[in-house]
Structures are given as structure tokens and as C-alpha cells.
Design a binder for this molecule. Structure first.
Ligand SMILES: Nc1nc2c(c(=O)[nH]1)N[C@H]1C(S)=C(S)[C@@H](COP(=O)(O)O)O[C@H]1N2
Ligand SMILES: [Mo]
Length: 506
């Protein structure tokens, strides 16, 4: 037994271990930075899925919600300094793309590390094989907490507390981070509602994801301090050279240089992203989209909540249109309103509210997932998009469906650039998503006619995707072959203006 330990201890710290450790450090920092960016888009954390303001257990905003005035979720977003966020400022879209891009490679790096850990026998230094580790770790803890150092012989090569902590981080905390991350994906939620329930709902998943971040930060601080304090000369040589031989000064210089490289990567990543948002949206998005598409494109929504789950509060995102055309329609109770169905169809249509009500009605109680972080459960009543598509006869060359709103850019997003301020809000779905059984055109919310702020007279509901896809105040539906000429050509208003990725399933 003891012999075994000695053999493993003499394995040293092989190159693969030191390299994956370094890459991990680089990626964890990027994940934390982009995670902070995402959190800032809705800086409140809840344990309930209705997200009523005031019901959060933690918030990072001083903004007060004004009474009697429409406060929308865009008003909630807070800008963050690039010193702590990736890329910084108001850049939820870019922060998400970075987060998802990096997590792919973080997982790959982690897999390589774990596979090699088991392939080489190094695992035995990490995974405890005897319960005695617990009293031993407690003993080490008491040693540290009373400002003493354990004797060198305690390190085999790790002391028991260190071994437990490392094993916990690698085999518990890191997987938990990934599992709680997945609870926030609308596609996962739509297909496996039980999975999200396992964590207590989407907001509980989000809060647990945040608490794991705190655990990671605590670990990093303590870990780094102990590396610096406890037998530093051995540690730094093990980290850099893989053994306790060689010059300490050289090891320190190499470590400092390696950390400067990490810092430079962070600075470059922020700066370059802030200067070239469109380029980065597409570069990162092409990788993320491919992975998301492979994993999630076949997913159908099977969400079914009950009326007792309906949230007492439902955030609004996007202010009602203010054009005289729309106000006129609203003043007449939308009796003159028509939904235009056009483009690559055999029979263009002009549907009134009565026409829509004559089609089979579908009701669904689902959880709405906003990209900014909040959620809300409501009952929606309306007609399946596929019904309307069947009615107009979609031509075979049609690939996408454009949903266009009466509302214009500046009513949706206050910081819309001048050239888009008066362009209509629109979003595009591929045919498969448009034909999902829970993709509907809703005219009712919680059994009542759809309220103005939630998109009257008609809004889209897409239960496998994030809220920004669900266009409110619908004017028209158009079947098209290619969207590069629509708007700025990126698949929707939020993609065009806010650089959101097209991976709305996560
Ligand atoms: N026309 C229009 N539709 C829109 C938006 C908008 O700004 N304008 N915001 C989207 C976003 S980001 C979300 S989360 C949902 C919010 O729907 P709600 O306001 O009913 O909660 O609407 C989506 N549809
Ligand atoms: Mo949203």
C-alpha cells in the first residue's frame, strides 16, 4: 500500500498535467468573466421561476423599479467594466457567445485531463481510497487554521485536505457547474422538464450556478494562497518543471510570464470583441451554433405546467408600439387589424382575429426563458404556426419564416443605432422550429385576451427557444429562402442590433 503511494508520488507532475492545469486556468478566467457579463443583464437571483421583483435573494443593482410606469427587462441591464467582464459594457450577446465558446474547450480540456488521469494511474493521488482521508483532512485543516504547516512527509504528493479539495473540484464542482448551466437552456427545459425540476426550477439552477461560481472563487483564492505559503519553492517547481529539481528563480520567472500571457489574452479578447463585435459574433457563433445544432436541433417541446404554476408576475421586454397606425388599431379593439401571410406561399393570406379564432385553438402552460436571465410561467392560447403554414401552402423552396412586428427598434431597445431605430422588430425561425407543435401564434395569456404590453393583438410563442425570438405585436409572416437581405442579415433584430447569437436554444 505504502509502496504504491511512493510509486505514484514519484510519477511527478507530467507535462500533460501541467499543460491542462494551465489551460484550465486560462479558460476558467474567461468563463468567469463572461459569466459576470451574462449576470449583469438581469442582476437579480431568485429561487422562484416567476422572478417577481423583490422576491430575489440577491441583487447587484441599485435601480429602483418605478411605480405606475412600465419597467421593462431592458431597463434592468447594468453595464460592467471590461476589467471584470468579458467583453464588458452592455454586451450580453457577446458575453454569452464567449461563455459558450470557451465552455466547449474547457470541457475538452477537462476530458483530456480526466482520461489521462485514469490512463496513467495518477487518479490514485486524487481519488481517496480509504475513509481515513476524512479524519486526516480534518487534522490538516486544524493544522492550517492554527497557522501551522503540516510536515513535508504529509504531502504524498498532496496533503489529505488538498487531495479532498482537488477531488471535490474535479469530480463534483466542475460537473455541477455544467449540470446547472444546462438547466438554463430553453431547449433542455422544453424537452426534459423533469431535469430542470430536479434542480428546483430554472431560477434555482441559475442561483446554484452562481453559488458554484462563488465556490470556485473561494477555492482559487485558498488554493493560490496555500501554493504561495506552504513550501512555495517545491510547489512552484512542481507546477512549472514537474519536479522539485531545477532553479526556483527560473520557475518563478516562467510562471510569471505564463500569467502575463493569460492577462494579455483577457485584454485582447475584451478589446478585440468590443472593437469588432460583428466579426466576433460570427466567428464565435459559427463554432457555438454547430455544436448546439448537433446536440439540440431535433428537440421538441413537451412542456406542460399546471395552472397553479402560473407566475403572479411576468416581466415585460419591449415597449408597445407608438405609431399612430398601431394606436388607431388598438383604439378600435384591433377589429381592423390583419395578419399578412406572404412570400413563398401558394395563397397569400390576410387573417383577421376572427379568422385566427376559427382555426383550432391550442393552449399551453409553459415557462418563458428570457436571454437576460428571468423566467415566468404563463398559459398561452392561440393557433399553431403550422396550421397557418398549411393554410397558405408553403412552397418547397421556403426555408425560413420571418415574423415582423408593428413595433420599431427604439421601442424594443433604447440604445438602438440611428439606422435601425425606426425599422420594425423582426425575428426569423427555421422551418423546423416554426413547425414545432408548441410554436404558436398567441392571442390569449392566462385565459384573457393578450394584454398590450405582452404583444396584443398577436404574438409568437416558441417554447424551445429564448424569449427574444417570440415577436410581439405581429404584423406579418413571410416565407423566405434566405435571410441575408432581411434587416442587417443576421436572423433577427436582436441579432442585428445586440449581437445575440443565433443559438437561441441555450
Ligand atoms: N416586437 C417585439 N417583440 C418582442 C420583444 C420586443 O422588444 N419587441 N422582446 C422579446 C423579448 S427579449 C422577450 S424576453 C419577450 C418578452 O415577452 P413579454 O414582454 O411578454 O414578457 O418578447 C420578445 N418579443
Ligand atoms: Mo428577452
Amino acid at each position: 500500500m505504502i509502496d504504491l503511494h511512493v510509486t505514484f508520488a514519484t510519477v511527478g507532475f507530467p507535462v500533460w498535467l501541467r499543460v491542462t492545469h494551465y489551460i484550465n486556468l486560462l479558460f476558467i478566467g474567461l468563463l468567469m468573466r463572461s459569466g459576470i457579463q451574462i449576470l449583469a443583464a438581469h442582476p437579480r437571483l431568485y429561487f422562484n421561476d416567476g422572478c417577481k421583483p423583490g422576491s430575489e435573494w440577491l441583487k447587484f443593482t441599485h435601480k429602483k423599479i418605478p411605480e405606475g410606469k412600465l419597467w421593462t427587462s431592458m431597463d434592468e441591464e447594468v453595464p460592467v467594466t471590461p476589467l471584470i467582464a468579458q467583453p464588458g459594457k452592455d454586451n450580453l450577446g457577446m458575453g454569452r457567445l464567449w461563455h459558450f465558446f470557451v465552455v466547449i474547450f474547457w470541457i475538452l480540456n477537462g476530458l483530456i485531463y480526466v482520461v489521462l488521469l485514469f490512463a496513467t494511474g495518477e487518479w490514485s493521488r486524487l481519488i481517496p481510497t480509504s475513509w481515513s482521508i476524512i479524519p486526516n483532512a480534518w487534522h490538516t485543516f486544524l493544522t492550517y487554521i492554527t497557522f501551522h504547516l503540516p510536515p513535508k512527509s504529509d504531502f504524498q504528493p498532496y496533503d489529505p485536505l488538498q487531495q479532498l479539495a482537488y477531488a471535490g473540484i474535479v469530480f463534483l464542482l466542475a460537473p455541477f457547474m455544467l449540470l446547472t448551466g444546462a438547466t438554463m437552456s430553453p431547449a433542455v427545459e422544453a424537452r426534459f422538464p423533469w431535469y430542470v425540476k430536479l434542480f428546483g426550477g430554472r431560477q434555482a439552477g441559475r442561483s446554484l450556478h452562481f453559488l458554484s461560481l462563488l465556490a470556485f472563487i473561494a477555492f482559487i483564492i485558498i488554493h493560490t494562497l496555500l501554493v504561495l505559503i506552504v513550501y512555495f519553492q517545491d510547489n512552484i517547481r512542481n507546477i512549472v518543471f514537474g519536479s522539485e529539481q531545477g532553479s526556483v528563480t527560473e520557475a518563478v520567472l516562467i510562471a510569471v510570464a505564463a500569467l502575463i500571457v493569460v492577462a494579455l489574452v483577457y485584454i485582447w479578447a475584451s478589446w478585440y470583441t468590443l472593437c469588432h463585435r460583428r466579426k466576433m459574433q460570427h466567428a464565435l457563433g459559427s463554432v457555438v451554433d454547430r455544436v448546439v445544432h448537433t446536440l439540440l436541433h431535433k428537440i421538441t417541446s413537451v412542456q406542460r405546467f399546471t395552472s397553479k404554476d402560473i407566475s403572479p408576475y411576468f416581466w415585460v421586454n419591449g415597449r408597445p408600439p407608438v405609431s399612430s397606425e398601431f394606436l388607431e388599431l388598438a383604439n378600435h379593439g384591433f377589429t381592423d387589424w390583419r395578419l399578412e401571410v406572404k412570400g413563398l406561399v401558394s395563397t397569400p393570406l390576410c387573417l383577421s382575429r376572427e379568422d385566427l379564432r376559427e382555426l383550432p385553438e391550442q393552449q399551453q402552460i409553459t415557462r418563458h426563458n428570457c436571454i437576460q436571465g428571468w423566467s415566468g410561467i404563463a398559459e398561452w392560447g392561440g393557433v399553431c404556426v403550422s396550421e397557418v403554414l398549411d393554410l397558405c401552402g408553403v412552397k418547397p423552396e421556403a426555408q425560413y419564416v420571418v415574423f415582423t412586428s408593428y413595433q420599431v427598434g427604439k421601442q424594443s431597445y433604447p440604445d438602438t443605432p440611428p439606422d435601425m431605430q425606426n425599422k420594425p422588430f423582426y425575428e426569423i425561425l427555421d422551418m423546423e422550429t416554426a413547425r414545432h407543435p408548441q410554436t404558436i401564434l398567441a392571442y390569449e395569456m392566462n385565459g384573457e385576451p393578450l394584454p398590450i404590453e405582452h404583444g396584443a393583438p398577436l404574438r409568437l410563442r416558441v417554447e424551445t427557444e429564448l424569449g427574444y425570438k417570440m415577436v410581439k405585436y405581429l404584423r406579418s409572416i413571410e416565407l423566405i429562402e434566405d435571410y441575408s437581405k432581411i434587416g442587417k442579415g443576421h436572423g433577427g433584430f436582436r441579432e442585428d442590433v445586440q449581437y445575440y447569437g443565433s443559438a437561441a436554444q441555450i
